[in-house]
Design a protein around this ligand. Structure first.
Ligand code: F6R
Length: 359
């Protein structure tokens, strides 16, 4: 049932626009965000959201922590579930515990959720599988509507998790009245654009195929970005390492000088996620620093940076979250094309399982 695609991962990358449209349906209304599954007073008495997840779902959580603070003006912290379980966290009842999991069965996330419940916290989950253990255990849950994800490397589940989390941050913003009508309308309008910008453009896919021919020889990769593009850099690096088995690290662009730039040489490929809408100058100068130390730079941006060695040129748009989705598909395709050129089994990478139900 690959329907002409070479791998399920490819099919799932191409499905993202449709599943995003499904995930938004009935939730993004003209006047605001609605979640039928949520009780109106879920956020009563809540002053902090603690997000907890593993792997790609953790990257979705990290992305949303920028949105919760920026849009909803609510404190948010993000925990890797396997760390949270053993750090003896201090939990207070004004915290909402939010578990994020595609499968709803990840052992560490499930156990973390149990701990939060035992501490008397209100719990919410965002999952892709209805009636999964995490859904059943949480007080409330919101389903992503990504459909069954077969590729071990998560793509469409991540896309929908970020969309639900963004909607949730607007839902909290409504509750807390932290955005004025115009700001809220702008966010709603932008959300509706997400499926469109996530449709795969032939030119971009072709470009990633061309780049893959050279990049498969890379000795190491940095993915760099700031703000929401930092978790996206982590996710881009994770995708690449999972299926290509090449060494890749995601970094906040501003961290380079604090150590990693020592690795820069022409065999180090830097995938720079350069937003034109958010922290453009700052990120550009971090990219230039790496270029000046001879790292090979691939600039993923709607901005044509003439000093980069390579480009993936994205369509212009006027909101950083639309750039986020454009860059997300570009980095997914790049990882997949490199792995295909290396003749790896993209859907079943070595040493990995789709669902991690043991610790
Ligand atoms: C990466 C990937 C994993 C999962 C992680 C959590 O592509 O799929 O990192 O994101 O194992 O799984 P869920 O979301 O099912 O809890």
């Amino acid at each position: 049932q690959k329907e002409g695609y070479r791998f399920f991962m490819e099919k799932e990358i191409y499905e993202q626009a449709d599943v995003l449209a499904d995930t938004l349906r009935g939730r993004v209304l003209d006047t605001g965000i609605e979640f039928d599954e949520l009780d109106e007073n879920l956020f009563d008495g809540i002053s902090e959201i603690k997000l907890c997840a593993c792997g790609t779902s953790y990257h979705a959580a990290l992305t949303s922590s920028y949105l919760f603070e920026r849009l909803a003006k609510i404190k948010s912290s993000v925990e890797i579930a396997s760390e949270f379980r053993y750090k003896e966290p201090l939990l207070t009842k004004d915290t909402l515990f939010l578990a994020i999991s595609q499968s709803g069965e990840t052992a560490d996330t499930l156990e973390a959720l149990k701990m939060a419940k035992q501490a008397g916290l209100k719990t919410l989950s965002i999952c892709n599988v209805d009636n999964s253990s995490i859904v059943r255990l949480s007080d409330a849950s919101i389903l992503t509507r990504a459909g069954i994800e077969k590729g071990v490397a998560s793509t469409k589940a991540f896309a929908t998790q970020v969309a639900v989390l963004w909607m949730l941050s607007l839902y909290v913003a409504q509750f807390k009245k932290s955005l004025d009508t115009k700001e809220l309308q702008n966010e709603l309008h932008t959300l509706r654009e997400v499926p469109n910008v996530t449709v795969i453009k032939d030119a971009i896919h072709e470009k990633t195929k061309r780049l893959a021919k050279r990049y498969l020889h890379g000795h190491g990769f940095f993915f760099i970005g700031r703000d929401v593009f930092y978790p996206l850099a982590l996710e881009g690096a994770l995708k690449l390492k999972e299926i290509s088995y090449l060494h890749a690290e995601g970094y906040p662009a501003g961290e380079m000088k604090h150590g990693p730039i020592a690795l820069a040489d022409p065999e180090l490929f830097t995938i720079a996620l350069l937003s034109e809408n958010l922290l453009f100058e700052k990120t550009k100068s971090n990219m230039e620093e790496l270029g000046a130390r001879d790292s090979t730079i691939c600039c993923v941006s709607s901005y044509m940076y003439d000093k980069a060695d390579d480009f993936i040129v994205l369509p212009k748009c006027n909101h950083y979250m639309l750039e986020f989705y454009e860059m997300m598909t570009a980095t997914q395709l790049l990882a997949m094309e490199i792995a295909i050129k290396l003749e790896n089994d993209v859907d079943m990478p070595r040493n990995l399982a789709k669902s991690v139900t043991v610790e």
